[in-house]
Design a protein around this ligand. Structure first.
Ligand SMILES: Cc1cc2nc3c(=O)[nH]c(=O)nc-3n(C[C@H](O)[C@H](O)[C@H](O)COP(=O)(O)OP(=O)(O)OC[C@H]3O[C@@H](n4cnc5c(N)ncnc54)[C@H](O)[C@@H]3O)c2cc1C
Length: 500
């Protein structure tokens, strides 16, 4: 079976091998699924030596940058780890020409990031040059900027303006399973370049560095909204509020807004909370207010009209100007300590614009029905993401029709028995069935999705799967790089240890 909490390992008889952070549980500290031996790689030669060693000893190899992968693809029971965390080089290029490109094809202000650079380090670095990168934003922004985030697609609040991570990369340097160090771009190994842009982390080789284009730093307007109901159940007022928000998503996108809504239970108060974190790049404050304030007014009217048992309370509803993406990001995400040791599971689906526009009520009703799971309705597609030719990168073509990446997630405390975890999984699977039914032709984001996709090849790669697999066979004939539900994993058992 597949394991939803990747550091721990559940045996077929439901006993668990793990090492819990919460020592009061009293369970012995065991290895679980943490790699048993590994290389803290510092140079390309280290990576080449590690790959050659793994090949000659037929080891189960895993590659880790930060270990953030929700599927635990950067660890495996009994595996040999190549840890890329210390590839921290950052190089600016006033003008960059990809290897083999015509001398006229120059990108100004490009940046090369080592495979261990995290998003906060990349955002800090590029800000000193008055530029921005299309990059991940999260608490502490500790996701890798040149590892799994990019190789799986890479979304950002800036994506509706500048595309996904894969639409902004100019070149990869990597080591293949034969130990060969190569450069892949539009002119060198273009098939591999195509596959690396969305074909998934840990699948084609070990990336040592990535070169991105950057964009000018522009001012933006941020919108912040929080409302709550005094209930753990979604009251009619909260349902109405969420439905109204889903109804206007496409309009918000058309006038330059992007961002995320969350619906979650505040454990301290027992209230169900809906919050919005939105940005509108390079818009005037007046323009931005004109498009978001009707939603704030809708919420205020709903709050005034609800009675005590159904009270909706608007906690905050305002916009604010920021002089750059960086200053917005530092206020909302930087400096907050990262959380670790969280156990949980998630599911997601890419919702096409026409599905939302044609039946917003069905979308809202389906998502709200997943509560008490936490909802994240990320409007980070559409715009520039949908203007890219779907076949120009290996990425799941479903991204190009999508407007929203809808996620739900559930957590549980450490030490939870396997039987209880299985019950949670069963409910997650049912939610996924309902979510998929909204847009069966669409797909899911490889990096943030359900561990239980019935057809992962289609869900994560759509009709690009066969080409991705044949490119993988060419560059990784040993099948050294195989990850859960990744390209080529269908040839292996669930533990990715024995060929089918
Ligand atoms: C707190 C948090 C916030 C997030 N925010 C965003 C977001 O804003 N946007 C978004 O798109 N996603 C986001 N994600 C999801 C994120 O994209 C995935 O978790 C992704 O897998 C992280 O990549 P990583 O390299 O940091 O993690 P890792 O776990 O180290 O690696 C992930 C996968 O990539 C492979 N890999 C890593 N490094 C390399 C390498 N050098 N060469 C080849 N393969 C490699 C690994 O083998 C593994 O398969 C977030 C995740 C978390 C936990």
């Amino acid at each position: 079976m597949q394991e939803p909490i990747f550091e721990q390992y559940i045996f077929p008889n439901d006993t668990i091998s793990a090492c819990y952070l919460n020592t009061s549980i009293g369970a012995p500290c065991e290895q679980g699924s943490i790699s048993v031996v590994g290389v803290d790689a510092r140079t390309v030669e280290d990576v080449q030596a590690a790959v050659t060693f793994a090949a000659s000893h037929n080891l189960r190899l895993v590659v880790k940058s930060t270990g953030h992968d929700f599927f635990g693809r950067s660890t495996a029971r009994g595996s040999f780890l190549v840890w890329m965390h210390n590839f921290k080089n950052i190089t600016f290029h006033n003008s960059f020409r990809a290897l083999g490109a015509p001398i006229t094809e120059i990108y100004e202000n490009a940046i090369t990031l080592g495979a261990g650079v995290e998003w906060q380090e990349a955002h800090d670095a590029v800000n000193t040059r008055g530029r921005v990168l299309v990059g991940g934003v999260s608490i502490a922004s500790s996701v890798g900027a040149a590892g799994g985030w990019l190789l799986g697609g890479g979304h950002s609040p800036l994506s509706p303006h500048y595309g996904l991570g894969v639409d902004n990369v100019l070149e990869f340097d990597m080591v293949t399973s034969a130990g060969v160090y190569l450069t892949a771009n539009a002119y060198q190994d273009p098939d591999l370049f195509w596959a690396l842009r969305g074909g998934g982390g840990g699948t084609y080789g070990i990336v040592t560095s990535v070169t991105y284009r950057t964009h000018p730093s522009l001012p933006l307007i941020g919108a912040f909204f929080t409302a709550s109901v005094n209930s753990v159940q979604p009251t009619p007022a909260l349902q109405a509020l969420f439905a109204e928000y889903v109804r206007i998503t496409a309009n918000l996108s058309d006038v330059g807004w992007s961002g995320r809504a969350s619906v979650f239970t505040d454990v301290a108060t027992g209230s169900l909370v809906m919050s919005l974190t939105y940005t509108n790049l390079n818009a005037s404050w007046a323009q931005a207010n004109a498009s978001i304030e009707p939603f704030f007014t809708f919420a205020q009217n709903l709050a005034s009209s609800t009675n005590n048992s159904d009270s909706l309370i608007v906690r905050s509803a305002f916009t604010a100007p920021f002089d750059s993406f960086f200053s917005w990001y530092t206020q909302i995400a930087a400096g907050i300590p990262p959380v670790s040791g969280v156990s949980g599971s998630l599911g997601s689906w890419l919702l096409p614009r026409d599905v939302i526009a044609n039946d917003y009520k069905a979308v809202a009703k389906t998502l709200i029905s997943f509560i008490p799971a936490e909802l994240s309705y990320s409007q980070i597609a559409g715009g520039a993401v949908s203007h890219v030719d779907p076949d120009s990168t290996g990425l799941n073509p479903a991204w190009r029709k999508a407007l929203v990446h809808a996620i739900f997630s559930t957590g549980w405390p450490e030490g939870t028995p396997a039987a209880v975890i299985h019950e949670v999984e069963a409910s997650m699977k049912q939610n996924m069935t309902n979510l998929r039914a909204l847009a069966p032709e669409s797909g899911a984001y490889f990096n943030e999705a359900s561990l239980f996709e019935p057809n992962p090849a289609y869900a994560f790669f759509g009709d690009h799967y066969d080409r991705l697999k044949s490119i993988k066979k060419h560059y990784d004939p040993l099948d050294m790089f195989v990850v859960t539900e990744g390209v080529g994993s269908d040839d292996w058992d669930a533990q990715l240890v024995c060929r089918r």
